[in-house]
Design a binder for this molecule. Sequence first.
Ligand code: FOL
Length: 208
Amino acid sequence: NPFMRNFSIIVAATFPSWGIGSKGELPWKIAKELQYFKKTTTTTTNDKKKNAVIMGRKTWESIPPKSRPLKDRLNVVLTKSDPDSSVVQSLKNYEGVLVCGSLDEALEKLSSPPYNEEIEQVFVIGGGQIYTVSFLHEKLEHIYLTKIFKDIGCDTFLDHFRNHKQWNEEWEEKECSVLLKAEEKDNMGDLSYQYFQLQRKQKQQLEQ
Ligand code: FOL
């Protein structure tokens, strides 16, 4: 579908082990990094528009109940459960949450009225299963990656980067003035992390 819209991924992962989660939660607590997530996914250039965040059902459940739906953003939750199931019914109790059966269905809905006018940017925010599908999608444009330089024990990984060690042949760090560096202490001790923006390399660059 040529009218399907582009989207970005936003993810924080341990580097170089590419862990993203443990026991259904984020395995670290970095308040400033979460603020960066909030700011990046919420900010729009047109103040009449909102962004959309697409997530899997398990990621929805991992967000603290007081923080969900993520405010000032359209929350799109993916589940393969039957529309009549209790999982889907309870999701529909939340106002402004859109439930879809697949990433493609979500992107198609976001490409048609009223969302095509109301929604400015689309972010996939996880988790593991949804990132895997997203990395293979031709409409994926940018990756907002936070590398956390610590080998924290995880049970969920960014399989695409973990398995394709040559991922940096396909993706390049975007030249951007807002490349931020940060260091902060968390409750597990010293932790350093860094924000990256990746974009797909041009065909010509790939052939070199
Ligand atoms: N990407 C990045 N860079 N960092 C993340 O922590 C992250 N987390 C997810 C997806 N992509 C990410 C999924 N997990 C909240 C909690 C977990 C979560 C995503 C979001 C959350 O509570 N967000 C609030 C911020 C609340 C706060 O500042 O304490 C929000 O409004 O976005």
